[in-house]
Design a protein around this ligand. Structure first.
Ligand code: PGA
Length: 227
């Protein structure tokens, strides 16, 4: 079964040339479905079979300085949008905003990749974690066709820290999200690297990975996407 592996480049790299070089260095593998999410400014100039955006605004057009509209993304054939990343929630993105963005993306044929896990801590047990996720997803998925979205579970303490959740915990969370909301695909993200990726990919209810730091190193990312 193919997994969905999404590269989140965040605010990297700092030149278009480097971004294009990075995309060229990533294998066009058939083993998994691979999506590259470069910074918005490079979206039209990064060549890869599947390209995604790191955000999608809820309005189509108008007086909204600095935003990127679902229609603009659609015109570039963007198929996936990361929405509600911890780094956006950390600067004020609310669940209401995530919900509006997810609806806008879906209405234009873009699959939202809704990130949850902001506010979780390493000490929490499975039940405490799912309580946090419930608060986010009850609103994020309000009046949304959940079978059409991807949810990425990213415990915030694992993002960019080198600390990773256990594959068994990710599996438990995957089952919870699918059963409660009817979501079909749940990804794990947070310090994924070539050494720990297989443990997650082997889980039946972890349908793929959202990879940050390791997606900027072609040898690492190629190893992950060819597993
Ligand atoms: P990381 O980031 O792989 O560098 O931990 C993941 C993410 O924030 O999506």
């Amino acid at each position: 079964m193919k997994k969905l592996i999404i590269a989140n480049w965040k605010l990297n790299p700092t030149t278009l040339k480097e971004a294009q070089k990075l995309a060229t260095a990533i294998n066009r593998t058939k083993k998994n479905t691979v999506v590259l999410c470069p910074p918005t400014i490079y979206l039209s100039q990064v060549q890869y079979p599947l390209v995604g955006s790191q955000d999608c605004f809820w309005e189509e057009k108008g007086a909204f300085t600095g935003q990127v509209s679902p229609l603009q993304l659609k015109s570039l054939k963007i198929k996936y949008s990361i929405i509600g990343h911890s780094e956006m929630r950390g600067i004020g993105e609310s669940d209401e905003m995530v919900n509006a963005k997810a609806k806008a993306a879906l209405s234009h044929g873009i699959t939202p990749v809704i990130c949850v896990g902001f506010g979780t801590t390493v000490e929490q047990d499975d039940l405490e974690v799912t309580d946090v996720l419930k608060q986010q997803l009850d609103m994020d998925l309000k009046n949304v066709n959940a079978s059409k979205v991807v949810v990425a579970y990213e415990p915030v303490w694992a993002i960019g820290t080198g600390k990773v959740a256990s594959p068994e915990h990710a599996e438990t969370v995957g089952i919870f999200i699918k059963n409660r909301y009817g979501v079909k695909k749940v990804l794990y993200g947070g310090s994924v690297n070539p050494t720990n990726a297989k443990g997650f990919l082997d889980q039946r209810n972890v349908d793929g990975l959202l990879v940050g730091g390791a997606s900027l190193i072609p040898s690492y990312f190629n190893e992950i996407i060819n597993m």
